[in-house]
Design a protein around this ligand. Structure first.
Ligand code: DX5
Ligand code: ZN
Length: 216
């Protein structure tokens, strides 16, 4: 089952409730919320208030992507703010702290997830694979919407799909960055089942058609 997770980084921030309705009406199941700290990535975006506001305004699955250093400091607060899935980067802290952060997320009743940047190898997910409900593979350098899809991430995506099938078959496999109607299909062929789409989704004239084309 393929799921679409439109990224609100490309939404209209002055009309977020309306755009969440647009996401829902298009048939997407998840909504992707990008949190940036200006350290882990060279950009700032939004924080706890946006997550809680979106959770109040919508019954979509809140798919929260933390692009922040030492996420263990803040995971409890993002769980309290209403995340359903909370993703932290493997590059953002030590293995010990990353595992502890995943335990905190699980204990809060939220789905723990990890993410790998383009230069991080597939094997980097292995220490955490039995602790997570989703693995996110970046198909652009994190930090900005509207970048070009990195097709050279596909072997890594395929490798992580093999790990998931062997070690944690119910774990979801998500891609993020430059996903559109064409690149999304390539990701599905290589094992992804959740597709984040920011600019391509919000620019699409026919958003229902955009989702339908990818999930069928
Ligand atoms: C990038 C973010 C993405 C971004 C994707 O760092 O993690 O979620 O919103 O935007 P597009 O789909 O435009 O590449
Ligand atoms: Zn993201």
């Amino acid at each position: 089952m393929i799921k679409i997770s439109p990224s609100i980084l490309s939404a209209d921030f002055a009309n977020m409730a309306k755009d969440l309705e647009v996401v829902k009406a298009a048939g997407a199941e998840y909504v992707h919320i990008d949190i940036m700290d200006g350290h882990f990535v060279p950009n700032l975006s939004m924080g706890f208030p946006m997550v809680s506001a979106c959770r109040k305004a919508s019954d979509l699955v809140m798919d929260v992507h933390l692009m922040i250093d030492t996420p263990i400091r803040y995971v409890q607060r993002f769980c309290d703010a209403g995340a359903h899935i909370l993703t932290i980067h493997v590059e953002a802290d030590t293995e010990e702290n990353t595992k502890e952060a995943l335990r905190i997320i699980r204990a809060a009743g939220v789905k723990p997830a990890i993410c790998v940047k383009p230069k991080t190898p597939a094997e980097a997910v292995l220490p955490y694979i039995d602790m997570v409900d989703l693995i996110l593979v970046m198909t652009v350098e994190p930090g900005f919407g509207g970048q070009s899809f990195m097709a050279d991430m596909m072997p890594k995506l395929k490798q992580i799909r093999t790990y998931i099938d062997e070690m944690n078959p119910t774990c979801e496999l998500e891609v993020d960055g430059g996903v559109n109607g064409e690149t999304g299909k390539i990701c599905i062929e290589n094992g992804a089942n959740v597709l984040v789409a920011g600019s391509a989704f919000f620019k699409a004239e026919d958003k229902k058609g955009f989702v339908k084309n990818l999930i069928q």
